[in-house]
Design a protein around this ligand. Structure first.
Ligand code: PMP
Length: 347
């Protein structure tokens, strides 16, 4: 939870609402997962973000952006929250926006999972779907900007450019990771996170590097469709939530170490293994993060303490390839990985 500060800029009632919401967002469990890679015993630390209000890491930045925007007078009661999103963010703004009494309108590409659209609709939000021909993700962002230009009551969180996105992770996710590891006398060597908006990797990275500048912070991208290491989007991939169509403004390469890549099929197989072997059902980007963390650990040495994120659970992916048998391809890490067990790190 964020430290509760009395802020004269917003009413006591509203302050209390935000404080109540912070009880349901953040402060998530961390696990040390024990596994074998090529038969060798190793472990990783994972932050379990499926334990947020709407079941994903995006609740942190949605709540933080809304609170800061109220404090700065950028949003008023009853304003319409309009956001272009690949889904998880939309769900977060729906839940938190509705709890604060705001109408919510979500604009998203039409190729994302049906579950995302159904969940958004369940909050009574309006959804506009944008096809590839209409501009896809960039088209969604353009439409949201157009709506804001035409209507003073539209509030745009602008997750891809809003600096409060990374700040949310610096103030909450990064700090929690550091304190949880401190409680077991562990100092992390590296952090890995897939880049959607880049909020997670930048914010957590800033906090961890402020405690120890030697900690490596690696952004992760899909091997089939890299953006970070190429400078623009190429190809297509199945890791919903990361590598949308461009390099977000939030990303600052001078604060990051080298990008790591995960294949979408490898990510799917590893996410399935985590559910089948340890009962931890996660989404595809969590599988990608695990692949990336294991690659980084392999490079740093088997004893390296590497942290990554389980971004959400598997329920938004019931209609996707995550629920189907995935063929193994050459170069995949997942066939060499077996999960053994886990232990919780206290909150
Ligand atoms: N995984 C999932 C499932 C997501 O929805 C997102 C955000 N779109 C991410 C990972 C990436 O997080 P961030 O936006 O902080 O880079």
């Amino acid at each position: 939870m964020l430290p509760s500060t009395i802020n004269p800029a917003i009413s006591k009632d509203l302050q209390e609402k935000f404080n109540h919401l912070w009880h349901l967002v953040g402060n998530t469990p961390m696990l040390e997962i024990f596994y074998t890679y090529k038969g060798q015993k190793r472990s990783l630390y994972v932050k379990c973000e499926q334990y947020n209000l709407t079941g994903s890491i995006k609740d942190r930045m949605a709540l933080y952006i809304l609170q800061k925007s109220y404090e700065e007078g950028k949003i008023s009661p009853n304003d319409i929250i309009v956001e272009a999103t690949s889904g998880s963010t939309g769900i977060s703004f729906c839940a938190i926006g509705r709890s604060l009494g705001h109408p919510v309108q979500i604009i998203m590409p039409d190729w994302l999972s049906k579950e995302r659209m159904d969940i958004i609709a369940s909050f009574g939000a309006e959804i506009t779907l944008i096809s590839k021909e209409e501009g896809g993700f960039l088209g969604s962002i353009r439409l949201s900007e157009k709506m804001a230009a035409l209507n003073d009551s539209v509030f745009l969180p602008r997750q891809f450019a809003n600096t409060y996105n990374a700040d949310a992770h610096q103030m909450t996710t990064g700090k929690e990771i550091w304190l949880q590891l401190q409680s077991i006398d562990v100092s992390p060597d590296a952090f890995v996170a897939g880049v959607g908006t880049g909020g997670t990797v930048m914010g957590v990275g800033r906090y961890l590097k402020s405690r120890n500048r030697h900690i490596k912070v690696h952004p992760l991208e899909p091997a089939e469709s890299p953006t970070l290491s190429v400078g623009r989007k190429i190809g297509s991939h199945r890791i919903q939530g990361i590598s949308d169509e461009f390099i977000p403004d939030i990303i600052r390469f001078d604060e990051l170490d080298a990008p790591v890549q995960a294949s979408d099929g490898d990510s799917i197989i590893l996410a399935q293994k985590l559910a089948r072997q340890l009962g931890l059902a996660v989404g595809i980007s969590s599988g990608a993060n695990l692949i990336g963390a294991i690659k980084v650990q392999d490079e740093l040495g088997e004893e390296a303490r590497v942290v990554t994120i389980l971004c959400d659970d598997n329920k938004k992916y019931l209609s996707t390839d995550l629920m189907r048998e995935e063929p193994v391809k050459d170069g995949y890490l997942s066939p060499e990985i077996e999960f053994v067990n886990y232990r919780p790190i206290s909150r």
